[in-house]
Design a protein around this ligand. Sequence first.
Ligand code: ATP
Ligand code: MG
Length: 365
Amino acid sequence: MLPNSVQVESSAPSFLSAAQPVSAGPLRQTSFIGIISECREMQKIFNVVEKVARTKSTVLILGESGTGKELIARAVHKLSGRQGRLVPVNCGAIPEEILESELFGHEKGSFTGAISSRIGRFQMADCGTIFLDEIAEMSPKLQVKLLRVLQEHKVEPVGSTRFVDVDVRVVAATNKNLIEEVKAGRFREDLFYRLQVVPVELPPLRERSGDVRLLAQHFLARASKSAGAMELTFSEEVLTRLSNYAWPGNVRELENLIERIAVLSESEKVTEDALPEYVRGVAAECNVIEIGDTLPADGIDFNQLVEQFEAKLIGMALQKTGGNKKAAARLLRLNRTTLVEKIKKKGLEEQVEVSLEEDAPRVIL
Ligand SMILES: Nc1ncnc2c1ncn2[C@@H]1O[C@H](COP(=O)(O)OP(=O)(O)OP(=O)(O)O)[C@@H](O)[C@H]1O
Ligand SMILES: [Mg+2]
């Protein structure tokens, strides 16, 4: 049986001894090698990263897009003390045929266009770390080869009959649910276990208590500093609005929005009108329907009212998540497919328009 999501166990955060806590004025700002957070879950993760970094264990980083997986991978390498380089490979962005030679290298003439032999990224990362990003996108054939490399610490360049020894620390990441991928037969179970020797699951930003405020202020201070402009501050209402929004694009979405606000701001105090509609429009409470203690004398149309109630809840969830159906389903404790069916059935698709740009979702309600 496959395990459920991974819980990182720890007591008091000990990472402060290795990393530099940064204190900026009145803010209780905590930075673990540039990763800002004061949330407990993240501090447990920093603690695990600090512990695991000096070992050779494979680390599997899980989390939604924009939660900071790459930052954690870099932190693992930085604290590892390994002499070699950190070599990132985006397994989802490179076609299968090319990925094999990218990872393991190739011999001259091994395929059309291989005019000279070349070493792969595993060899480039010798004595260092290879960061296999979007690992769930790797083809079954390459998954087999990768498993062999992880077990034998040797790579076989394409078109070669010899094996080359490599001393590489492997860090992998994905925003997919790897357990689901294994169950669906798209990801090898043996490779999954081999990769998740030390699993690290980054919580989405909406579940990190206090971090939206902290990060928003951090990004604003950084943006005003880099522009060499006046020092901007947020009004309390802005910080509340930002904290109420669900951030489907996580820290990346927040970072980009704050940068945009900083560039466009005309006064030192950033007020609510600087926020886009989809952040400002978030309802603070959940008063979706008003119904008295007794039914009206002429009764009610039960089905119609239930329909309206459902439509309203779905609309609110989509608004809160900037049109992201997956995040909305999570807020409503529904399966994504159930939510999608309901949206279709109720003809709500037209009410939601998600921008193609992941970072700037837009909702028209
Ligand atoms: N805790 C944090 N403190 C400061 N900056 C952060 C933090 N988390 C993420 N960021 C910033 O947010 C952006 C996204 O982070 P990163 O690329 O590490 O996310 P990711 O999980 O790898 O995303 P994806 O799944 O889309 O590849 C980066 O610009 C990163 O510097
Ligand atoms: Mg990434």
